[in-house]
Every structure is written in structure tokens, then in C-alpha cells.
Write a protein that binds this ligand. Structure first.
Ligand code: KIV
Ligand code: ZN
Length: 515
């Protein structure tokens, strides 16, 4: 049974395992924004990327390392000297740097992927962890595919890593195969049988293929793990990683049965969730625990009646405890700067002066176009406008002529500071508009996989939020755009995805990079 004074370290891998997932890439500026919010949220360790994956990844890890004031900053590295050296180069400026190195330990991965015998893998662990430890005092070692590894071999591998200097031992459920019982038992077993286990912190890392990532994580905590790896909104490879907000709130709300604490500032959760979904274009499903739009909504009459009498009838935590505002102040064209600033704060945004000014100008334009501006409108507007400020390609002007005949689009984009215009035709307005984008930014190998529109609120004057999925050479990116004109929102979404595609293009596929 854990001790109530125990602190569970939160290791956030939104910028590495999360960002590595299909359609989910962030540019440098976006990564820095997320890292800043992760520090405010109180995560203990930020895995900022995989430094050797590309020059862009290296720069992002280095900049996050320079920016973070209190959190440990880690870079991932395979069990190879060049990877570890690159990781160290990237994190060495951090107040608290960490090298996170991994190698697969399951029979399947060792044979098929690494083509190494178990003894060769043990040798590589000892050698590469020792190399990392010579560079950096804080080294984490992960046994990729730990949950499908022979227990005897896993115990030897862990002992070797600790003897070589690793101070955190991470046992990932790489393929999301574990159940709470088996995952918890693995931690108990390893902590009991590895002779030098007391010299390391054991860590969880769960993928959600069976929807068990958070349950597995909590089971491991109950079995002695004292670090958990997770991502905001649970983003990550395939079905994603364990969601940090769910773990933090489960530990807080059910402290009676899981008596441990974390350093998470729970009132910052919603802000972090919105930031990550705004930047990545990954919308949070409405019924998602803690951060979904319906997480605190009560529709049935019986529930509403109970809530009016005493909110604890149907609420196990308050919306305020995770940073959700419950005020329904509607904004309009007479709302001034002060009201807009206080609304932004209430919604969890803290914008710098320039970003605030941009958002205010857009808010005024929206309030002119639409009678009432709701919270959802402001969230869509801020996510769309402010988070796109550093994109290389920006939408300047959109003009569309359409009706019963072919449609025509005249589009002006600003590309690396230079304005360019194209006039194109298409079978409909979206077709014509996207043809103009393709003409101005040729990307013959890219294809549009999905185009979706939804209204942010009710009413015919509602803002449209458009999301698109683009793919090119096996890389996918998502783009999002919002505007009261659906076609402007469409152009913004497509251009947003293109900007992200450019970030991904520089990234060479890395062999044996784990999920
Ligand atoms: O899922 C996994 O095994 C990983 C490791 C590299 C930590 O992401
Ligand atoms: Zn992973």
C-alpha cells in the first residue's frame, strides 16, 4: 500500500510520444507554448522530443531545455552512442537535464526488429546507459515492450541498467497489451526481485489500445511505481497514451483508496487541454473524462433536479477544480477590452500584448458579424488566430464566386512574408479554393484525406470550424480553422495543415523509434 506522503512524479510526453502520432505535429513556437503550460500545470519532467529524429526536433528539444525554469527536460535516445550524444547536446542547457534511452527487450522485438540476441541486448544496455551517465547525472532507461518480455530477462536487463547508472526504470506497455492485474504484478515482481531496485524510481508508460492505459497506470502506482508517463488529452501513437488529466484527477479524487499525491495544479488542466487540442487540431471527444465538453454537463431531468438541490448528487469533482469556468457571460459588440481580457482569463488563456490585440481585433469583427459571442466562439477564435501567428503561410484574402455554374476562387496567401495571389475554378467553392492553395503552394504528392465542417454554436450566423486531414508520403497532418465564413475557415484549415506538413517534411523516419 502506498504511503500518503509519496509523490508520484508526472513525466509528460505530449511533445514526444504525443507529437509522434499521426496527424499531430507542432512547430517550434507551438512546442514552446505547450512546454510553458506544462510547467504551469506542474509536471515534473517534460520529454521534449527525440533529438536525433531531425534538425527541427533537435532545435525544439534545445529550446524547451533553455526555456524551462523548474521542470526536468528529457530527450529520447535509442541505445546508440550517436543518439545519446545528440540527446545530451540538446538537453545540456536545461536546469535539470535528463537522457531517456531505450531498447526493446521482448523476444519478438529483439529478434525481428533489432536482430540481436538477449546477451547482445544486455551488453548494449550496460554500455549505452553507462555512456549516457557519463554525460548526464539523470538517466532514464526504458525496456520497450516490457509487458511482452520474459520476466527473468526483464529483471536482468533492469539490474544491468541500474548498475550502469540509470536512476529511473521505465517499463512501457508499448502495445497496450497489459491489464491492470498483469501490469501491477509486473511492477511488484520487478521491484521485489531486482537486487538493486531500491536505487531507482520505477516508471509506468501505458498505451491505450485496449482502453486500459489509465487503469494500468494506476495499478502500477499501487504496486510501487513512482513516476507515470502520460500525455495531455491522451494523445499518442495509435489509440494514444495514458491521459495525464485522468491520472491526476483519479489520484486526487480517490485519495481515499490511492493515498499518494502529485504536483499537478488541477485548475490548469483545462487550459492545457485546450492549448494542446488547439495546436494539434485533435479535437477532444465530447464525452472524454475530465476535459470533454460534456464532462460536467447534466441533461436528464432527474440529474438536473439533483444538481440543483446539491451538486454532489451527480458530481464527484467540481468543474472549477479542473479550471472550467461556469459563468455564462455572453459577449457582444459592445464588450470592451477589459471584458474581453477577463473572459479570456476565465477561459484559461493568458495572452501576451500582441496576441491579445490580434485576438481582440478578431473578436470585434466576429461580434459585428454575429449577435452573441459565446465562450465556444472565443475558444475557437483564440485557438485559430493566436496559435497560428507563427505559421509560414498565412491566409490573407479569400474571394469566392459560386452559384449554379462552376465556382471561382481568388485567394491571396502570405508565404514567408511575400503575398501571392491565384485565381482558380472548381466544381464547387471548396474545390476552387483548394485548387488555388495547391497552385500557390504546390504539393503534388499531398492528398486531402478528410474535410469536415461543424458549427461552433447554433444559429445561421454561427462560426464554422473546419478540420482537414492531409497526407503525403505516409505522413499525415491535421489542420483546423475557424471563421464566421465557412470558406475562409476552410482555407485557414487547409493552410494550417500545410504548415504542419512542412514541419514534418524535415523529419526523416527513424528506424526502431518506439510508440
Ligand atoms: O511506448 C514505448 O515503449 C515508448 C518508449 C520509447 C518509452 O514510447
Ligand atoms: Zn510510447
Amino acid at each position: 500500500m502506498p504511503n500518503s506522503n509519496d509523490t508520484i512524479l508526472i513525466f509528460d510526453t505530449t511533445l514526444r510520444d504525443g507529437e509522434q502520432s499521426p496527424g499531430c505535429s507542432m512547430n517550434l513556437e507551438e512546442k514552446l507554448q505547450v512546454a510553458a503550460q506544462l510547467e504551469t500545470l506542474g509536471v515534473d519532467i517534460i520529454e521534449a522530443g527525440f533529438a536525433i529524429a531531425s534538425q527541427g526536433d533537435f532545435e525544439a528539444v534545445s529550446e524547451v531545455a533553455r526555456q524551462c525554469k523548474s521542470a526536468t527536460v528529457a530527450s529520447l535516445a535509442r541505445a546508440a552512442t550517436a543518439d545519446i550524444d545528440r540527446a545530451w547536446e540538446a538537453v545540456r542547457h536545461a536546469v535539470r537535464p535528463r537522457i531517456h534511452t531505450f531498447i526493446a527487450t521482448s523476444p519478438l522485438h529483439m529478434r525481428v526488429k533489432l536482430n540481436k540476441s538477449p546477451d547482445e541486448v544486455l551488453e548494449a544496455i550496460g554500455r549505452t546507459v553507462a555512456h549516457a551517465r557519463n554525460l548526464c547525472p539523470d538517466v532514464e532507461w526504458s525496456a520497450e515492450d516490457a509487458t511482452r518480455t520474459e520476466p527473468d530477462f526483464l529483471a536482468r536487463a533492469i539490474e544491468t541498467a541500474i548498475a550502469a547508472g540509470a536512476r529511473t526504470i521505465n517499463l512501457p506497455d508499448t502495445v497496450g497489451y497489459a491489464t491492470p492485474e498483469t501490469y501491477g504484478a509486473m511492477f511488484r515482481d520487478m521491484i521485489n526481485r531486482v537486487p538493486n531496485a531500491d536505487q531507482a524510481v520505477f516508471s509506468t508508460h501505458c498505451h491505450n489500445d485496449l482502453g486500459l492505459a489509465v487503469a494500468n497506470t494506476l495499478a502500477a502506482v499501487m504496486s510501487g511505481a513512482r513516476q507515470v508517463e502520460s500525455t495531455i488529452n491522451g494523445i499518442g501513437e495509435r489509440a494514444g497514451n495514458a491521459a495525464v488529466e485522468e491520472i491526476a484527477m483519479a489520484l486526487k479524487v480517490r485519495h481515499d483508496v490511492m493515498p499518494v499525491r502529485t504536483n499537478i495544479v488541477s485548475t490548469e488542466i483545462t487550459r492545457a487541454s485546450r492549448l494542446v487540442s488547439g495546436i494539434t487540431g485533435f479535437q477532444v471527444q465530447p464525452n472524454k473524462a475530465i476535459v470533454g465538453a460534456n464532462a460536467f454537463a447534466h441533461e436528464s431531468g432527474i440529474h438536473q433536479d439533483g444538481m440543483l438541490k446539491d451538486s454532489s448528487t451527480y458530481e464527484i469533482m467540481t468543474p472549477e477544480s479542473v479550471g472550467v469556468s461556469t459563468s455564462n457571460l455572453v459577449m457582444g459588440k459592445h464588450s470592451g477590452r477589459a471584458a474581453f481580457r477577463s473572459k479570456l482569463e476565465e477561459l484559461g488563456y493568458s495572452l501576451g500584448d500582441n496576441a491579445f490585440q490580434d485576438a481582440f481585433v478578431r473578436f470585434k469583427a466576429l461580434a459585428d458579424a454575429k449577435k452573441a459571442v459565446f465562450d465556444e466562439d472565443i475558444v475557437a477564435l483564440v485557438d485559430d488566430e493566436v496559435l497560428r501567428g507563427h505559421d509560414r503561410i498565412q491566409v490573407k484574402e479569400v474571394e469566392i464566386h459560386c452559384g449554379t455554374g462552376p465556382a471561382r476562387a481568388i485567394l491571396t496567401l502570405e508565404i514567408d512574408g511575400e503575398e501571392k495571389t491565384a485565381a482558380t475554378r472548381g466544381s464547387g467553392p471548396v474545390d476552387a479554393l483548394f485548387a488555388a492553395i495547391r497552385q500557390l503552394v504546390p504539393h503534388e504528392k499531398g492528398s486531402l484525406e478528410r474535410y469536415e465542417v461543424h458549427a461552433v454554436t447554433g444559429g445561421t450566423d454561427a462560426q464554422a470550424e473546419v478540420s482537414v486531414l492531409l497526407s503525403e508520403d505516409g505522413r499525415t497532418t491535421r489542420g483546423r480553422g475557424a471563421h464566421h465564413d465557412t470558406l475562409v475557415a476552410s482555407a485557414r484549415a487547409y493552410v494550417n495543415a500545410l504548415n504542419k506538413l512542412m514541419v514534418k517534411r524535415g523529419r526523416a523516419p527513424v528506424d526502431a523509434a518506439a510508440g
